[in-house]
Design a protein around this ligand. Structure first.
Ligand SMILES: Cc1cc2nc3c(=O)[nH]c(=O)nc-3n(C[C@H](O)[C@H](O)[C@H](O)COP(=O)(O)OP(=O)(O)OC[C@H]3O[C@@H](n4cnc5c(N)ncnc54)[C@H](O)[C@@H]3O)c2cc1C
Length: 219
């Protein structure tokens, strides 16, 4: 396979380079970008910078290069997505905070969400106004997600959810989370699960950070 840019891709790359150079600071030579584990370094100022950068990208059309236009994406090809990411990595900007929302939660909503959910959640995530985390893993449910023990019990129009999640990247910064809980304990363990969108500010949600051997934090 030829990984060199086609003429159209080369043109896209130079457009992206021009926009990045005009709007962001180039990373110093030899300085690596932050990783998904660097969220601990996000104080309020860094958080505000990350959100502002995401907002600028959304306004310029670069927030989600490969997403369909109807959701605010650029409708670009996978290669254009790669090109944008390669170029952006050379600039001193923070994008990790949005990975779960833009990479996992919103694509899921595009396929399975109701029109109201799409309307409510996709734009704020795209523009960096809301961030997401993923509440799947539990102390006893990792690779085997069917071991989930967090319970979801229907109470009128509400669901009452009780349990503990762990390894929630960006959990301490997230506005919303996607959560898997056991809603029907009578069914086989791979089947009695439901998927929820959880407002992380809901009364009763407690976030405690854990420190990893690398020094980074997760929830
Ligand atoms: C930095 C970090 C960030 C994370 N972020 C998130 C997040 O945002 N949201 C979230 O929900 N989770 C997150 N996770 C959790 C991650 O998805 C789990 O760690 C993963 O699912 C593995 O689960 P576990 O750690 O309980 O290991 P286990 O499932 O207990 O596995 C332990 C070991 O046993 C092996 N093993 C397990 N089952 C089998 C099998 N059937 N056959 C053979 N070998 C097996 C595994 O390969 C592994 O070596 C994160 C984890 C880390 C480390």
């Amino acid at each position: 396979m030829d990984f060199n840019d086609t003429p159209e891709e080369a043109e896209f790359r130079s457009q992206v380079r021009r926009w990045l150079a005009a709007n962001a600071q180039r990373r110093a030579a030899g300085v690596a970008g932050g990783s998904i584990l660097s969220a601990e370094a996000m104080d309020a100022a860094a958080l505000a910078r990350a959100r502002a950068w995401q907002g600028m990208k959304a306004a310029a059309g670069y927030a989600a290069v490969t997403w369909p236009r109807e959701y605010g994406g650029m409708g670009g090809t996978p290669m254009q997505g790669v090109i944008y990411a390669q170029e952006e990595a050379q600039f001193d900007v923070s994008i990790d905070l949005f990975i779960i929302g833009l990479g996992l939660a919103m694509p899921m909503l595009m396929v399975l969400g109701t029109p109201e959910q799409k309307q409510r959640f996709i734009r704020p995530a795209l523009e960096g106004r809301e961030t997401w985390c993923q509440l799947f893993s539990e102390p006893g449910a990792g690779s085997d997600l069917a071991g989930v023990r967090t319970r979801a019990v229907k109470d009128g129009d509400d669901w009452i959810i009780n349990g503990q999640k762990i390894w929630t990247s960006f959990g301490h910064l997230a506005d919303w989370g996607t959560l898997v809980a056991r809603s029907d304990p009578a069914r086989p363990k791979h089947k009695g699960l439901s998927f929820f969108l959880l407002d992380m500010k809901t009364a009763g949600v407690t976030v405690r950070q854990i420190r990893q051997i690398s020094g980074a934090r997760a929830g």
